[in-house]
Design a protein around this ligand. Structure first.
Ligand SMILES: Cc1ncc(COP(=O)(O)O)c(C=O)c1O
Length: 490
């Protein structure tokens, strides 16, 4: 049982249940209360603090939603989310309370982090980008650092339209909005098309940035399971006929986190369903060009003739994330609204970054760079798959991605969950992204997303070896380290 050292201020402006959330969260995040420890029953805590039980019930409900505690009526409430086992508890944010912060976080050099969503720093073409920035400042002077048009620097919009033609997407420069990363493109579309309380359909699991957006924009999400070919259309159709949804968010190529690629026949059926139900699709193509297997089918935007598809993407995964150059391809009635939302959000995407990216594309640097990144990602994928086979316990399964940066790993269900393993892995110096973070419900407890692109090959091998040690230390029916019997999921 946790030690009850809480006191609330009944006369403070901050409501009692909010005070309780803050105090309990602090104790969990700072490692004062540990995973597995029991919290007092709501009635008991209310009695100790001299407050109404409803304040405690509300606080517990919110903490449960944050993933910091779990439990069922009658069975007790327990601490779950914590960066437990850390020598410096302040070093990690609470994963459960802020999954986006978790994947964006930098780790000390002794930690091998498979948790992030960024490419490796050594992939980033720093010298070429420096040259691009210098060249545009030299060429454009003050214009390079003035306000840009809201829609974006026109030559970059033209370059994006040209470049997209290589993926099969045909659009005019006027249909390109330059955004602060793909994340803002998703946000602009969501804000323009949805209102508070509306329903967004996505896959389950899905990109956690879309879940984050849904939370802050207060839209409801319905998660549709995937199979090896992406979203299950039978279940999608059921959802569409039962609910009045406003938008479908989908990443058909190298889906994050599962890596699935939707075949062309399913893409066409998805588009005809969207037409039938007259619902727009927000397509996320951010990993599309990161292919190192067979060429993936064209994006939905390339197959659509109904004007229902908005295509969001950007250069974060293929060049570098920090210049925040993304784009949204749209048309029709929603377009004016999207531009208004963008103008209200930040007036324009920084012009200097847009011009540097334009220079980078136009000098041919992008194409050369992409070739290199694909080759390195493929090499690192192979090392990761080999290491998983070498070290992970019997019954572990994983995907064999044909593009993108992640493999999706399922732990054997007779051992620790991913959350338990995560907490135990930190002292061993390895991290990953827990599967539950990507789910619209509380499922995914045995899944982990591993970013292999972010680590050098020797680190990948060492990281998976450490993970095996962490797993082994936890596993109650521990098997010897030697057996090598894990297998790919697909
Ligand atoms: C599927 C997906 N969409 C969008 C983004 C955000 O990309 P950006 O950095 O360009 O905003 C990410 C980043 O992890 C992603 O995985």
């Amino acid at each position: 049982m946790v030690r009850i050292d809480l006191s609330v201020d009944k006369f403070a402006e901050e409501p009692l249940y909010r005070q309780l959330i803050r105090l309990i969260r602090e104790r969990i995040v700072n490692g004062v209360w540990h995973p597995g420890e029991r919290l007092p029953a709501s009635r008991d805590l209310a009695d100790v603090l001299g407050i109404s039980r409803i304040s405690v019930v509300n606080a517990y409900a919110e903490l449960r939603e944050m993933g910091l505690i779990s439990g069922q009526a009658g069975k007790g409430t327990f601490v779950t989310g914590n960066a437990g086992g850390l020598s410096d508890p302040g070093a990690l944010p609470s994963v459960a309370a802020n999954p986006m912060a978790h994947v964006l976080q930098r780790h000390p050099p002794n930690v091998i982090a498979f948790s992030g969503g960024a490419p490796a720093e050594e992939f980033m073409p720093v010298a070429l980008i420096r040259q691009a920035f210098n060249a545009v400042l030299e060429r454009d002077g003050a214009a390079a650092v003035a306000y840009e048009e809201t829609e974006g620097y026109y030559p970059l919009r033209e370059a994006v339209a040209d470049y997209l033609r290589t993926t099969g997407v045909v659009c005019k420069p006027d249909e390109v909005l330059i955004t602060n990363g793909c994340q803002q493109a998703l946000d602009m579309a969501m804000q323009a098309l949805m209102s508070e309380g509306d329903i967004l359909i996505t896959t389950n699991p899905t990109y956690l940035g879309i879940l984050d957006l849904a939370r802050v924009r207060r839209v409801q999400t319905i998660g549709i399971p995937l199979d090896d070919d992406g979203i299950r259309l039978d279940l999608l159709e059921q959802a569409l006929s039962n609910q009045r949804a406003r938008l479908i968010y989908i990443a058909p190529t190298f889906h994050n986190p599962t890596g699935t690629i939707m075949p062309i026949h399913r893409r066409r059926r998805l588009l005809s369903l969207a037409r039938e139900y007259d619902i727009p699709i927000l397509e996320d193509g951010v990993y599309h060009e990161l292919s190192y297997g067979p060429t993936p089918p064209p994006p939905l935007r390339a197959l659509d003739d109904s004007g229902l598809v908005l295509h969001a993407s950007g250069f974060s995964k293929i060049v570098l994330p920090g210049t925040r150059i993304g784009y949204l391809i749209g048309q029709g009635q929603a377009w004016e609204r999207i531009l208004r939302v963008k103008r209200a959000a930040d007036i324009c995407t920084p012009g200097l970054n847009q011009r540097a990216m334009h220079y980078f594309i136009k000098t041919g640097a992008l194409i050369n760079h992409l070739e290199r990144v694909r080759r390195l990602c493929r090499e690192r994928r192979d090392v990761m798959l080999h290491a998983l086979k070498k070290y992970m316990p019997d019954g572990t399964r994983w995907t064999v991605p044909q593009g993108g940066m992640y493999t999706w790993v399922e732990l054997p269900h007779n051992g620790p969950t991913a959350a338990e393993l995560y907490n135990n892995a930190i002292p061993f110096g390895v991290t990953f992204a827990m599967g539950t973070m990507f789910h619209t419900d509380s499922s995914g407890g045995y899944f982990m997303r591993m970013n292999f692109a972010a680590q050098a090959p020797d680190k990948i091998d060492e990281g998976i070896r450490r993970l095996r040690m962490a797993w082994h230390a936890l596993s109650t029916n521990a098997t010897p380290l030697a057996p090598v019997t894990g297998a790919p999921i697909m």
